[in-house]
Design a binder for this molecule. Structure first.
Ligand SMILES: [Cu+2]
Length: 314
């Protein structure tokens, strides 16, 4: 009992230290903080949930189990060594204890699964997307394309060491992905040559980029700013040199950026939308063309074609 109380005290101290560290470090948003130990601060709703899952559910359980097992080990070493316990007991089975150490771990895992599956489901249960970006991993750079907005594929490469800060080297990219703030962004991820992975920690996004296959994920950036990620699948010699930079801007700035890239609001009914929305094209090209036509007058009619293709993506 004393040991349990002591374990609880240590656990509280460690948890307290974690929160204190979070407070004093003033962690940088959208990029790693030197000497920090916590997860990157969240800039998207699901990342908040992921941090809660890690810090409030997993970490205390892991800490408690580790301390409990450490306590058992110490107890056995002290109490049952050859000197303290010269005549060992001969029994080798204890049914009640065996039931307990089977059932309790199962209950712990089930408790974790409730939160884990909920979060996993939230990542897969994509809301209606406002903007769709196709991100393709290449050896060794990313390309981005906004099929619904007619922004042609462009290349995003690393900013060389002498043109950025030591902190941002291998994070900064020259032609970043640009997305509007507080909008649901669907990212279609694929690979052009080998397997890469698209990851932006502040959004809680990480998904493999696999040649011949389109994976999708989504995020909703809560704050205007610059967010960095990196290819997260070992993909060759320059794996460390294909950063991901996402600029989150206001809707007006996003519209201006789309225009500067030669894109625009959803195109009028033409064969193009069906062709460009390849992953969803098989569903109903005529259906997707119709809402697109009606929304051409809207400043950012991206939502219309995305809406029609969303069901097909599932
Ligand atoms: Cu890669």
């Amino acid at each position: 009992m004393v040991m349990l109380k002591r374990a609880a005290g240590v656990l509280a101290a460690i948890t307290g230290m974690g929160f204190a560290a979070q407070a004093w470090a003033a962690e940088l948003l959208g990029q790693p903080t030197p000497d920090a130990i916590d997860l990157q601060p969240a800039a998207a709703p699901l990342k908040h949930q992921a941090i809660f899952f890690h810090n409030v559910i997993l970490l205390p359980i892991v800490t408690a189990i580790t301390l409990f097992v450490l306590g058992l080990l110490i107890w056995i070493i002290v109490r049952y060594n050859k000197r303290s316990n010269p005549v060992p007991a001969k029994w080798s089975h204890n049914t009640p204890i065996e039931i307990i150490w089977t059932v309790i771990p199962v209950l712990i895992l089930m408790f974790i699964a409730i939160f884990s599956f909920k979060l996993l489901y939230a990542f897969h249960d994509m809301p209606h997307p406002d903007v769709t970006v196709k991100a393709t991993g290449n050896q060794w750079y990313w390309t981005y394309e906004y099929p619904d907005l007619k922004v042609a594929e462009y290349t995003s490469t690393i900013v060389p060491e002498d043109r950025t800060t030591p902190q941002l080297f291998r994070l900064a990219a020259d032609n970043p992905m640009v997305v509007p703030v507080n909008k649901n962004v669907r990212v279609l991820v694929t690979g052009a040559d080998v397997i890469h992975a698209f990851a932006v920690p502040a959004f809680g996004v990480k998904i493999d980029a696999i040649p011949g296959r389109v994976n999708q994920t989504w995020f909703r950036a809560e704050r205007i700013g610059t967010y960095y990620g990196q290819c997260s699948e070992l993909c060759g010699i320059d794996h460390a040199f294909m950063p991901i930079q996402v600029n989150v801007v206001s809707q007006a700035d996003f519209d201006a950026w789309v225009k500067s890239k030669g894109g625009g609001a959803a195109a009028p009914a033409s064969p193009a939308p069906a062709a460009s929305s390849a992953p969803a094209a098989s569903s109903a090209p005529p259906a997707s063309a119709a809402p697109a036509a009606s929304s051409t007058s809207a400043p950012a009619g991206s939502s219309a074609p995305a809406a029609s293709s969303a069901p097909a993506a599932h």
